[in-house]
Unconditional design. Structure first.
Length: 598
């Protein structure tokens, strides 16, 4: 070994010991011939001192050191003189007095300072182009180490509870999973393709049929979908499947696991205990989304009944057209300027709304009962009756000094716009505690959803999800009313996991597929392997697949996006500037695969 101890492990109890260190020059300072450097390795930093009187050759070499040079240093540990300790460093009570040093490798001047946090300070494209340097920064290093610890804890936790880790194939078959597949051409079978798995869904169900009652794996999954801050082409999930369970068993396991991770692996985080369990219809009514941020209130109120009797055309007209009117109160925002109001209107429109009605109640209004015309600030004030303003305020919970934000239109549009606006106002007003992870389970989803483009019903989750037992008879007659044994884990406005109790009977599975438009031939071609297995004693089973990447963004203090918790992520354009991917390939490679680019 080129070192006898790691830099970050040195403590006052090592005083007087001879050590050999190796690492990167983090910083160098020259004080009248005495050279100080901070030496960094994967464990942390330690200060090294070069004295020209006691180690002239080593000091002369150290004067040449530059940032990120790789060096080896031999010396003696000593306690720092009183008053020079650094309480911010774990090694701040000691320093190493160098006697010898050797340059193991020099470094070009880095394109950015890795001794500082790069997130938010350095252009992300530049960071990704030099990811191997970006990962040297302390915050990025901490993110990767924490991710490792979380994943190892997951493995130990599940192993202790009788789960078996089984790897499933990466090269598999294209099946309907809700996104486009990444296809891999076969060289040996011309004109045929493998697909990278969007999830190991059918494979883990087959493992249940095979008798592995408790399965998990840290699964790599691939989806060719539009990227955004919380999505990548490839992601990692904790894939779990269990036999002879119901919803409570699966959700109880995940709550126990995530609570333990927060309590035992990370620091500086709080959670809601126990995790709330909310029905889909309830969260859509109260928050406009099935992944609500529960760190703050600002709950939506249904104002349709009041709007139906209003003289305000945009409100009454929406209800008459079969739409809805909803809104919420933003506390203390009645004094917003015209510019600020226009900004909120533009934000709502950017999320699909036709417009945004704002009604402010002046802070000097004595009460809602004593409300006067001069207390109401709104672009539609002339059309509003005071009784109507009072009714809207009572329904939204607004009082003097508050601003009501109201959207009218089709239910989907209203909920989407208000959900985004609610999150925006929660952020602007500082209502979301950054140390709180507000985990919650959302249950009782619809089994089917209507696709306007295809004018057909599709699965809201996937087509292997079981409906409520009492809803089987509604599938063909009232599909919109059928509820699924489907559940999500959400936190802070993100979906972290999705799962369900599966259909384990072939006839019932074919019934759902047939309702969704699959012919017998299509069912056999695409799902024959699973359908066949269901005839050989498939146990009742269910599972869930928590995403590890999204979870890590909540557990670390240093993640501005999901890319900050992945070692080598893609850009939002799906490219990797470090490797230059995607990239053209040679014509000979295409010919071997029987592919021509047209």
């Amino acid at each position: 070994m080129l070192k006898s101890i790691s830099c970050g492990d040195l403590r006052p109890e090592h005083d007087g010991q001879s050590v050999t260190l190796a690492g990167w020059v983090h910083r160098r300072r020259d004080h009248g011939g005495v050279v100080f450097i901070d030496l960094r390795d994967s464990s942390g930093l330690v200060q090294v001192v070069f004295h020209p009187e006691t180690a002239p050759a080593a000091t002369e070499t150290a004067q040449r050191f530059r940032a990120e040079w790789v060096v080896q240093i031999a010396g003696t540990v000593r306690k720092r003189p009183e008053g020079t300790e650094n309480a911010e460093l774990a090694t701040g009570g000691v320093e190493v007095v160098a006697s010898q040093t050797e340059v193991l490798n020099e470094s070009k001047t880095p394109p950015f300072d890795v001794s500082q946090d790069t997130q938010g300070q350095v252009d992300e494209l530049l960071r990704l182009s030099y990811r191997y340097l970006d990962l040297r920064s302390q915050s990025m290093h901490d993110n990767m180490v924490l991710r490792h610890r979380v994943v190892q804890y997951m493995r130990r936790f599940l192993d202790d509870r009788g789960f078996v880790e089984i790897e499933t194939p990466i090269l598999t078959r294209s099946t309907p999973e809700g996104a486009r597949d990444f296809l891999v051409p076969s060289r040996l079978q011309a004109g045929t393709f493998y697909a990278l798995p969007q999830s190991p869904q059918q494979l883990k169900q087959l493992l249940m049929v095979a008798g592995f009652e408790r399965y998990f794996q840290i699964a790599r999954c691939f989806r060719d979908e539009d990227l955004r801050g919380d999505r990548q082409f490839e992601h990692t999930q904790l894939d779990i499947e269990m036999s002879f369970v119901d919803e409570d068993d699966v959700l109880g396991l995940i709550e126990e696991l995530y609570t333990a991770i927060v309590d035992e692996v990370v620091s500086g985080r709080r959670i809601l205990r126990p995790f709330p369990r909310l029905a889909y219809d309830d969260v859509m009514a109260r928050y406009g989304t099935d992944k609500p941020d529960l760190r703050f209130g600002l709950e939506l109120a249904d104002l349709s009944e009041i709007a139906a009797a209003s003289d305000v055309r945009i409100l009454r007209g929406a209800v008459e057209a079969g739409g809805i009117v909803k809104g919420f109160a933003a506390p203390g925002c009645a004094a917003y300027s015209r510019k600020e109001i226009d900004g909120l209107i533009a934000f709502a429109k950017s999320r699909g709304a036709q417009g945004l009605v704002t009604i402010g109640i002046d802070g000097d209004a004595p009460s809602l009962d004593a409300l006067a015309d001069e207390h109401v600030r709104s672009g539609i004030a002339s059309a509003l009756k005071l009784d109507e303003v009072r009714a809207l305020a009572q329904r939204t919970g607004a009082g003097p000094g508050d601003l009501m934000l109201i959207v009218a239109g089709a239910a989907t549009v209203v909920n989407t716009a208000l959900a985004a606006l609610r999150n925006e106002m929660g952020q602007r007003l500082g209502l979301a505690d950054p140390t709180l992870i507000a985990f919650a389970f959302v249950t009782d989803f619809p089994l089917f959803e209507w696709d306007e483009e295809t004018a057909a019903w599709g699965p809201s989750h996937h087509l292997f999800t079981s409906p409520w037992e009492e809803h089987w008879d509604r599938i063909e007659t009232d599909p919109a009313a059928v509820r699924a044994r489907h559940y999500d884990l959400v936190a802070n406005g993100m979906e972290l996991a999705s799962g369900s109790i599966r259909i384990h009977d072939r006839q019932k599975q074919e019934r759902v597929m047939r309702f969704l438009g699959y012919t017998d031939e299509q069912m056999e071609e695409r799902f024959g392997q699973l359908l066949g297995a269901l005839e050989y004693g498939a146990p009742p089973h269910g599972g869930i697949a928590p995403g590890i990447d999204r979870l890590m963004t909540l557990l670390t203090d240093h993640a501005e996006s999901i890319r900050d918790v992945i070692a080598f992520p893609k850009t939002q354009a799906g490219t990797d500037p470090l490797f230059g991917t995607p990239a053209p390939v040679q014509a000979s490679q295409l010919a071997e695969l029987h592919i021509a680019i047209v």
